[in-house]
Design a protein. Structure first.
Length: 271
């Protein structure tokens, strides 16, 4: 028997005791009226009212048991969780439509040529520049690193990009490739090459003089920015470190034509 069942049974038993005590007390009071002797009558009446009072006490006890009995029982005996069986729902079978005929494709198109992804080669220095750098005596720090390059048309006072983007629209002037760097050594040669497709449009190579870490940039300003895809490749010594791509759209402004100089006629005075 669970605690809940015990409390309910106890409350029911007390209510039954209430009814029985009141009934028996009423019987005693009723029978006392027929006794001829005063003392016997008073004693029978007293017993009857005692039974009625006991019935009231049993009723109050039953009511308290019904209201707060569970809480008191759970304080005295903490409940132990039990597994409550969960009823399962029996699904009613429904009528399933049976397909009549499923057309089977007769010929499956098979691609004749499968595209094989090509490997992207690691950027390398141009041959002439590689021969020049092979004469360098300083060895780059293997931990030297550049951050991803952000392309912008303006920099702040700390060389950070103000309008970094991946697509730029003509007309354009100077463009910057901003980056952060770490573990560099002054005097080591670094190189930044700007490409439009496979065409080199700007090359910046010199000895590093910016200290170990901070903000840096490379810049490029060709005669005109033709529309197309551009790439910046950066190297320390002969080792490639980082690249980025950006795009230029729109036609560059046409150069302003300079009017030709028209010779003026001179008058020769003959004396």
């Amino acid at each position: 028997m669970t605690i809940d069942q015990f409390v309910q049974s106890l409350a029911l038993l007390l209510f039954c005791g209430l009814l029985a005590a009141i009934w028996y007390g009423w019987r005693l009071i009723k029978s006392a009226r027929g006794l001829p002797y005063f003392l016997l009558r008073r004693e029978r009446l007293t017993q009857g009212w005692r039974w009625i009072f006991l019935g009231v006490v049993l009723g109050v006890a039953g009511l308290l048991t019904q209201v707060v009995g569970l809480r008191v029982a759970y304080v005295i005996i903490p409940p132990t969780p039990s597994v409550t069986p969960t009823g399962t729902t029996t699904l009613t079978p429904t009528i399933t439509r049976t397909p009549t005929i499923t057309p089977t494709p007769s010929i499956s198109a098979t691609p004749s040529i499968s595209a094989t992804p090509t490997e992207t080669p690691t950027p390398r220095l141009p041959e002439a520049l590689a021969r020049l750098l092979s004469r360098e005596t300083m060895t780059p720090n293997p931990d030297a690193a550049f951050s991803p390059i952000e392309v912008a048309t303006r920099l702040d006072s700390l060389n950070r990009p103000l309008d970094a983007a991946e697509v730029f629209e003509n007309p354009l002037g100077r463009i910057y490739g901003a980056f952060t760097y770490d573990n560099l050594t002054d005097g080591i040669r670094w190189t930044a090459i700007w490409y439009r497709g496979t065409e080199e449009i700007c090359i910046e190579t010199k000895a590093w003089d910016g200290g170990t870490g901070g903000y840096g940039y490379t810049e490029c300003q060709p005669d005109q920015w033709l529309p197309g895809d551009y790439e910046i490749q950066m190297f320390i010594g002969e080792q490639w470190k980082v690249s980025t791509r950006f795009k230029v759209v729109g036609d560059p402004p046409l150069p302003t034509a300079t009017p030709p100089v028209t010779p003026s006629k001179t008058t020769t005075v003959t004396p």
